[in-house]
Design a protein around this ligand. Structure first.
Ligand code: ADP
Ligand code: MG
Length: 484
């Protein structure tokens, strides 16, 4: 059944602010650290005292270039910074130093998967460098708002997308992808709960096939991926309901209310925000040479999409496995270590995505806290490959002991517990002959067509070997004897 909501299509553009993990702030040598005692990382430069001079942070520039390269953006060669003037209690300078007409990166894209499962490139408008404001704290003191200026001057990149995102699910996937990128690049911890990655969603709706976008609202204050999705869902429904009642959508900024999943009006955009941008007079123009960009390019770590390509095309893994392996950078790096010494990629992938991951889930820990070295997992796989232990002994017996005693080798664990399976052909032939000698009548029956008796002989071989016979070898030898 189609509803009024099916008549409309959704248009979304996202603005993501990512706090850069540099040692010092964007334009001063104040330390850039989360969780320090309030107002301890605040010098006169951060406060914008007259006579002080900002200086741009080279590390922040490098981080922005890395993000631009990861998104295949163009990197601007010559740029200036700009002052964006506004009053806010946690903005001590009375202006923010940002980039206006010359963002450090332009164009490029972030790749997601659309509703039909096809790859979709969301175009980026720009990525620019700027600084964060301080923090107003409203819930510590019953009567006053407290201000912590430690965050003032923290370097940010703002990543602005074109309005090409079509659903709250695509928005969710886009933010997930951006978070994955900044984490792979080691430029931001991507923590939305702590606010180091923040997303503003610009949302509008229009009748399907319309050639003009509807009025948009900009929703702020979502502190998780799920809340980005919820806020958009709420906004889309609210806007369609209004339009269906013949109302128009006010262009405004709205705030997401996590308590009930709604959005509420914060301020109108009409005629507001005259930030009086002008070139920041205290900062030199910045030049990012082609040489420099090439140097940064050489330092780039492998990125999720490159790894997915490598895993599917070079290693022959499935699309699904490749995605699971690269969802988390540390897991991907662990896998990369395993395959340095392990050529059975499918098995290596299974060990990481199934055995290790379920153990991590069960213990609710991250792979960084997992004590078994990747090389040791590779040794364990070798034992299976060499038919020394079976897959089930490896996963159910050796693996748990390995976790308890990660310094021991899988081989010594298997030996100490007498789990090495017998695959030596001479020793096995003896066992096979013994087993057959025990049931001469059954052997005759088998030869006259009762093939189901093979199980009986196998059982006897396993029993005589105390469960250590390699089933594959035992089977082969039995068949050889019986078909004689
Ligand atoms: P502002 O300076 O007010 O933030 P911008 O033009 O820079 O405005 O746009 C900000 C974001 O809004 C971009 O991500 C852009 O893609 C998105 N956007 C613009 N128009 C619309 C629209 N009609 N619906 C949804 N998003 C839009
Ligand atoms: Mg905006």
């Amino acid at each position: 059944m189609s509803t009024i909501y099916d008549k409309y299509e959704t248009v979304i553009g996202l603005e993501i602010h990512a706090q850069l993990q540099t040692k010092t702030k964007a334009y001063s040598s104040d330390r850039n650290e989360y969780g320090a005692t309030p107002n301890t990382n605040v010098s006169v430069v951060t406060l914008g005292h007259p006579g002080t001079l900002p200086l741009y942070n080279k590390e922040a520039v490098k981080f922005a270039v890395k993000m631009g390269l990861a998104c295949e953006s163009g990197i601007t060669e010559d740029m200036i910074f700009a002052r964006k003037n506004y009053f806010y209690p946690d903005l001590p300078k009375g202006y923010q130093i940002t980039q206006d007409e010359t963002p450090i990166c332009t164009g490029g894209y972030v790749q997601i998967t659309d509703a039909d499962g096809n790859p979709k490139k969301v175009t980026l408008t720009r990525i620019h460098l700027e600084e964060d404001a301080g923090k107003s704290i409203h819930d510590l003191d019953p009567f006053n708002t407290l201000i912590d200026l430690n965050r003032a001057g923290t370097p940010l990149i703002e990543i602005v997308s074109e309005p090409e995102i079509k659903s709250s699910q695509e928005a969710y996937d886009y933010v997930t992808e951006v978070r994955k990128l900044v984490r792979y690049l080691d430029i931001c911890d991507g923590n939305m709960e702590e606010g180091s990655l923040r997303c503003d969603a610009n949302v509008s709706v229009m009748l399907k096939g319309a050639n003009k976008f509807g009025n948009r609202t900009e929703v702020k204050n979502m502190n998780s991926m799920r809340n980005v999705q919820k806020a958009i869902d709420y906004e889309v429904k609210r806007q369609i309901d209004l339009l269906e009642q013949g109302e128009t959508i006010a262009t405004e900024t709205r705030s997401f209310n996590a308590a009930d999943g709604s959005t509420i009006s914060m301020r109108s955009k009409e005629g507001a925000n005259d930030y009086r941008f002008f070139p920041e007079p205290d900062l030199q123009p910045l030049r990012v040479s082609e040489d420099y960009v090439n140097k940064v390019r050489e330092m780039m770590p492998p990125l999720p999409n490159q790894l997915i390509k490598k895993y599917t095309e070079d290693l022959g893994l499935s699309e699904y496995d490749a995605h699971v392996l690269t969802e988390n950078k540390e897991v991907a790096l662990y896998f990369e270590e395993v395959i340095k010494t392990q050529k059975n990629y499918k098995s290596a992938s299974n060990w990481v995505t199934v055995n290790i991951k379920s153990y991590l889930n069960e213990k609710a820990i991250e792979i960084e806290e997992f004590g078994v070295e990747p090389a040791t997992i590779s040794e364990l796989i070798d034992l299976i490959e060499d038919n020394k232990i079976s897959n089930s002994v490896a996963s159910q017996k050796v693996f748990p002991l390995l976790i308890e005693t990660p310094d021991k080798s899988p081989l010594s664990i298997a030996q100490d517990n007498n789990w090495i399976q017998e695959s030596n052909e001479d020793a096995m032939s003896e066992l096979v002959n013994k087993a057959l000698a025990k049931f001469p009548a059954k052997v005759e029956e088998y030869k006259s067509g009762k093939k189901g008796l093979l199980g009986l002989f196998m059982g006897e071989v396993m029993k005589q070997s105390q469960g250590k016979a390699d089933p594959k070898v035992a089977n082969q030898l039995l068949m050889k004897q019986l078909e004689k």
